[in-house]
Design a protein around this ligand. Sequence first.
Ligand SMILES: *[C@@H]1O[C@H](CO)[C@@H](O)[C@H](O)[C@H]1NC(C)=O
Ligand SMILES: *[C@@H]1O[C@H](CO)[C@@H](O)[C@H](O)[C@H]1NC(C)=O
Ligand SMILES: *[C@@H]1O[C@H](CO)[C@@H](O)[C@H](O)[C@H]1NC(C)=O
Length: 347
Amino acid sequence: MLLTVKSLSCVVGFLLINTIDIFADKNMNRFKVVVANPSVPKIAYDILQKHCDIKTSTVFSRASILQDVVGADALFWASKIRVDKELLDAAGPQLKVIGTMSVGYDQFDIDELKARGIKFGNTPAVLNNAVANIAVMLAIAASRRFTEGRKHIEEGTWINYFNTQWMLGQDLTGSTIGIIGLGQIGQAIAKRLKGFDVGNILYTGHKEKPEGIELGAKFVNLDNLIRESDFIFLAAPLNNQTYQMCNSDFFSKTKKTAVLVNISRGQLVDQEALITALKTGRLFAAGLDVMTPEPLNTDNELIKLNNVVLTPHVGSATNDTRNAMAELTAKNILRALGGAEMFTPVF
Ligand SMILES: *[C@@H]1O[C@H](CO)[C@@H](O)[C@H](O)[C@H]1NC(C)=O
Ligand SMILES: *[C@@H]1O[C@H](CO)[C@@H](O)[C@H](O)[C@H]1NC(C)=O
Ligand SMILES: *[C@@H]1O[C@H](CO)[C@@H](O)[C@H](O)[C@H]1NC(C)=O
């Protein structure tokens, strides 16, 4: 079942009583927590400062963060900077807890964290709705030619009384939807799309899921999904099975009218192959909230293409969602410091 931001913060709010209790009967020293980003919402500080002294990294460079982490008991991570052996050594052996304010955690050397017995948690669930909303927005924007239309307005080439063929997009209603990775975000996307009266919803992944049946979605292999879908949503995590799965072979099988939406993480797409597919009409359009590299260079070809809609990785970037992520990360850290299990541990 999907948790909304509000219901989760309710659950977490209730459980916070336990967070405090962890410390109630102990004469705890204060802990040192390093927040590796100056823009973490205030709520995280409100929660942590009861039991922790907080140092915030204000300079966004590895060199500077390597100094900031020295002596930390816990790290509050909201950064792409890699947490590896070097950084963990810099912090010191007292470091036992890390909370990342994100769902994905490919910037962490997981084996190294485990070897050191560090407790590690992320923030699943609280951002599902915000990310799924962006995915639907990108699907509509890309299929209805937002970028191209906007350029016609800007450049004074919007001539609507003669040839309006350039305006014609693709319908979401009645279309076949393909979701690669029916996890929580994939499910939230499917749920929303049903409201647009789409046709079939297909998905692929490791195995058929009960949630798929509930959503009326059909489990198919990747090949069928690529060939049949009008809209393809990438919502799978990065791993050995998904690495560059959207390569030139992938794009050779898509419908020419298909629209690709990437809200995923990691190198799921061979971006060069995607660009070629978009330029040669192998694909109708793409809507991307994630790309390589981030930030994208201003001369990147993706920016020049008319049939691409780009957003700068804003999937979870709403005030409420970021607050919920900060709150959950702070509570995870506090619980682990107090010896209790995190609300959303990775391990
Ligand atoms: C991917 O495969 C390599 C080599 O087979 C392995 O070392 C690595 O741990 C795998 N990574 C993941 C994320 O499964
Ligand atoms: C899709 O998302 C990932 C995440 O950042 C990125 O590495 C990949 O290149 C993206 N694909 C495209 C075509 O933007
Ligand atoms: C963001 O959320 C915080 C905490 O609820 C609130 O104090 C602040 O006014 C909000 N800011 C915006 C721009 O909505």
